[in-house]
Design a protein around this ligand. Structure first.
Ligand code: FES
Ligand code: FES
Length: 218
């Protein structure tokens, strides 16, 4: 094995991370719960009879805030009512039946949940769906054209760039973004701009080759 093969992408700045000032999903939910008490109230009262109509009305008033959302996913328009705390990842997997986007850490650390929003890669576990009214989302299910795989999907197969495959949808979506952004001038540049995507199986060398192959149109 060549000695210059990387064991990981390294740890440059994560291009998926939101700006420091932006609230994370976790802090948003903590704030929502602290102010409204909806989560705690819902949990405590679930299944228990209400002593008075006033008590029942109070719980109804504490129901989690919801919003109507319209967005396009893989070319298909969706309009739905969602709990404002719903992440894009949960919306895709649990409401839209698109389990290709994986839930790894659910905390913005692994990149398994990467999708494209208006052409820009994001960690869907950290993205509140309610903020995406009118957005255009692409997931791994939307890359292929029928039976015709996207060139990067083909390159992953040809380069054998996965083992368990759990990180692969996120790696491919991030790779598509990386190529679109033009961050493919060298192996080092690809590694840096793919550094937000972790692979426990350690397939980094072949993933970089697959991204490079696609970027060069080989
Ligand atoms: S599941 Fe979103 S970054 Fe890990
Ligand atoms: S192929 Fe197993 S985690 Fe990446």
């Amino acid at each position: 094995m060549s000695t210059d093969l990387p064991e990981s992408y390294g740890s440059p700045p994560d291009p998926h991370e939101p700006p420091a000032a932006a609230p994370s999903r976790r802090t948003f939910i903590a704030t929502t719960s602290a102010v409204g008490g909806a989560v705690v109230a819902g949990g405590l009262f679930a299944g228990a009879p209400f002593a008075t109509e006033e008590a029942a009305a109070a719980v109804t008033a504490d129901a989690p805030p919801s919003s109507r959302l319209s967005l396009t996913v893989n070319g298909e328009r969706h309009t739905t009512e969602i709990d404002n705390r719903t992440s894009l990842l949960d919306l895709l997997r649990e409401q839209f039946g698109l389990p290709g986007t994986k839930k790894g850490c659910n905390a913005g650390a692994c990149g398994a949940c990467t999708v494209l929003v208006d052409g820009r890669r994001v960690n869907s576990c950290l993205t509140l769906a309610v903020r995406l009214d009118g957005a255009d989302v692409t997931t791994i299910e939307g890359l292929a054209d029928g039976d015709e795989l996207h060139p990067l999907q083909r390159a992953f197969v040809e380069q054998d760039a996965f083992q368990c495959g759990f990180c692969t949808p996120g790696q491919i979506m991030s790779g598509v973004g990386c190529i679109e952004e033009g961050h493919t001038g060298s192996h080092e540049e690809i590694r840096e701009w793919m550094s937000g995507n972790i692979c426990r199986c350690g397939c980094y060398v072949k993933i970089v080759r697959a991204v490079e192959q696609t970027a060069r149109g080989k």
